[in-house]
Structure formats: C-alpha cells, structure tokens
Design a protein around this ligand. Sequence first.
Ligand code: FES
Length: 153
Amino acid sequence: MIVPAAAGLVAWLDPLARDASGTAMVRVAALEALPPDGTPRRVTVVAGKRDGWTREPDVPLGAIYLRRTAKDKVVALHSVCPHAGCFVDYQAERKSFFCPCHDSTFAMDGSINDPKSPSPRPMDTLQVEVKGDDVWVRFVQYRTGIKEKVEVT
Ligand code: FES
C-alpha cells in the first residue's frame, strides 16, 4: 500500500500528469465547447511552470487547434507552421488552414493541401486525452523546416 500512497502524494504535490519525458498534460478546453461538426477551435494553452518546490502562475505557452471528430474524440493540431514557425490561420470560408508567411495550405485534418506548399510536413498533431468533460493535451514544440516530426527538448 506504500506505492499507491506515494503516487497519490505525488499527484497531490503536482496535479499535472507528466509522462516519462516530464512533459505535462494540460487541460485546454471543455469537450462541450468544441463544435460537434469538426470545425476547428483555436485555444491558448495555459499552464504553470514548476521549478523544484516553486510553482509559477499560469502563463500562455502557445496556441493549438482542436477539432471534435466524434462524440468523445478530439484531434489537436499545433498552430505553428512546420515550415518556418509562423502561425497558421484557420479559414472558415475555405474549410482549410493557411500560413500567411509563405502560403502553405493545409486541409482540415492538417495534411498538406497543395503540393506547392513549402511546408515540409503536415501540421503537427499533439497527444490528446478526453477525461470526462475535459480535453487535455500534451503540449510540446517541434522543430521546423524538416520533414521529420522531431520534438524540441
Ligand atoms: S512559415 Fe508557414 S509557409 Fe513558411
């Protein structure tokens, strides 16, 4: 019974669930706030930073797009363009994403829409968990300008 007690103590001291790399899952939205038709909703990822026993107040870490693709299924796309790091906009009238810096276009699922797009890969997906009524995301940054999806550590 020591192990569950210790796990509970860790969770109480650090309420953000962390994976093996130390990256926390962050609550980003209420499931019901996402349109059921899959229209992307841009949300700001906000979380506190922890350094030893010191916890800084919540700060914005970045932005993502969330798409509800089924009743309890959500896809998260990073808003940073994989080409050179500009922010990607969602264009509702075209039902696609567009990066204004060098004109990369992406489909609703984040795939490259136009073969002439300079982006070397699709929009980056993020790990998502739906827990009850809440949507949690493992928010990380990826290297830009390369074909492979490589996490910045
Ligand atoms: S940064 Fe997005 S197309 Fe270049």
